[in-house]
Design a protein around this ligand. Structure first.
Ligand SMILES: Nc1nc2c(c(=O)[nH]1)N[C@H]1C(S)=C(S)[C@@H](COP(=O)(O)O)O[C@H]1N2
Ligand SMILES: [Mo]
Length: 438
């Protein structure tokens, strides 16, 4: 940093000095050519003549010499074309086809804690249904006094609330149970997003229909071809489950369940039924396909755990990562994301030697319960190889386990709920690869 500052100061002084000496055409020529007089590397960074060369001030780039297009060129704004690489991606070999598949959030390119709606991972069991909102209805029935069928307009008349919460598929990182399989952060941790969700608390709707005595579970069912359905305990319904119609300030995107979905904050993304059409109130769980053959945890002794709803405390370093290698030795802001389905993140430690030594990172920005939380710390890279890890602790005191601890508790049959401490190997050339060290 200091070196860069000194170099910049020197260049600016030289420009001022040389510029003063010249006048008229000479001066203009000098400014146009920027610092070419300095020769060598400095000259290469001044003219912008080739694709990689910056326009070092005071050289004036072409975009400062003309008018740009006016307002409403993009009636709905899009990212800069230079950010075209920041997109959702899928892994073709992971699923048999794209209809029942998953795409991943590009975590390495994101800042702060909010995932842009258009980059939120997608998970479909039967593709993306095209729903006409004026024809869509949400039915609430079963053990209730006053069953209801709500239109979207009806739903919007109930008191509305917003919360920033993460959404994570419990299969996130599931491929890593078998060793370090995925080559990018996008694929090791990208079944993850965080948004401001707006809608009506499920408890508000339950009050309206009048839940009968003895009711203890709710079935939420989607309007997609899969009719995906999950049983939700009444406690969660009365706590913070939200019937959501908006994400990050605008209507839900079709991919995320337009026009209405369920969000169970901090719980398996799978329980957050999209394209929500039916809520049935009952006195026991339904044991649907997605809670028996899938979304259970097969333990070492052959038994399966059902209804493991909570997404436990987890974290990952997002810079550096395989997509964001380091360019040269020197100072960096090492950062990442931490989250816990049980509440707020309390602390995050970072190791550069595979867990032998730990440094406490700074938790930055908003710290919200069941939300992605940013952490970061300064690190002076001396150019030698490193094993970079992060280890998060949530407000309940739970600490993210090592792979050895996780496998000891859970065996190796699992797919879901992998939250072990992750390791990036930083190589001497700055490249980063995915490794597992116990
Ligand atoms: N109706 C319906 N709801 C669904 C799904 C689905 O296929 N159909 N997929 C579930 C799964 S497995 C996950 S992880 C989340 C993903 O939400 P997202 O696609 O908005 O990221 O939605 C859940 N809700
Ligand atoms: Mo999922």
């Amino acid at each position: 940093m200091q070196k860069l500052q000194q170099e910049t100061d020197r260049l600016i002084q030289t420009v001022a000095r040389e510029g003063d000496r010249l006048s008229g055409t000479d001066r203009r020529k000098f400014l146009r050519n920027g610092l070419t007089l300095l020769g060598g590397a400095a000259a290469a960074v001044t003219t912008g003549a080739s694709a990689e060369e910056p326009f070092l001030p005071p050289a004036v780039p072409p975009w400062s010499k003309r008018l740009g297009p006016g307002v409403v060129t993009n009636p709905y704004g899009k990212p800069s074309p230079h950010e075209a690489h920041v997109v959702r991606r899928n892994v073709p070999w992971l699923t048999a086809d794209r209809i029942a598949s998953i795409s991943f959030t590009p975590l390495g390119d994101l800042k702060g804690i909010i995932t842009p709606s258009g980059l939120t991972f997608e998970r479909y069991h039967a593709g993306l249904p095209e729903i006409e909102p004026q024809k869509h209805r949400l039915m609430i029935h079963g053990m209730v006094d006053r069953p209801l069928i709500l239109s979207m307009d009806d739903l919007m008349r109930f008191p509305s609330t917003s919360m920033i919460r993460f959404l994570e598929c419990p299969a996130n990182g599931g491929m890593e149970w078998r060793g370090a399989q995925m080559d990018k952060l996008q694929f090791t941790h990208g079944m993850l997003a965080c948004a401001e969700w707006t809608g009506v608390l499920l408890s508000t709707i339950l009050q309206e229909v009048g839940v009968q005595k003895g009711a203890s579970w709710i079935l939420a069912e989607g309007a997609d071809g899969a009719h995906m359905a999950r049983s939700i305990p009444m406690d969660k319904a009365l706590d913070d489950a939200l019937i959501v119609y908006a994400q990050n300030g605008e209507a839900l995107r079709p991919e995320q369940g337009y026009p209405v979905r369920l969000i169970n904050p901090g719980w398996e993304g799978n329980t957050c039924i999209k394209w929500l059409r039916r809520l049935e109130i009952g006195d026991k769980p339904w044991h649907m396909r997605e809670e028996t053959s899938k979304y259970t945890d097969l333990m070492a002794d052959g038994r399966s755990r059902e209804f493991t709803f909570v997404q436990e405390c987890n974290s990952v370093v997002t810079n550096p990562c395989p997509e964001k290698p380091l360019k040269a030795k020197g100072k960096y802001w090492i950062e990442g994301l931490a989250w816990s389905g049980r509440g707020k993140i309390k602390a995050v430690d970072v190791s550069f030697d595979g867990g032998a030594n730990w440094r406490q990172a700074r938790v930055t920005g908003l710290v919200l319960p069941r939300a992605l939380t940013r952490f970061g710390l300064e690190w002076d890279w001396d150019g030698s190889p490193a094993l970079i890890q992060s280890r998060a602790m949530d407000e309940t005191g739970y600490v993210q386990p090592t792979y050895a601890q996780l496998r000891q508790a859970r065996g190796t049959n699992s797919i879901y709920h992998k939250n072990a401490i992750h390791t990036w190997r930083l190589h001497a050339d700055g490249q980063v690869t995915n490794v597992q060290i116990s």
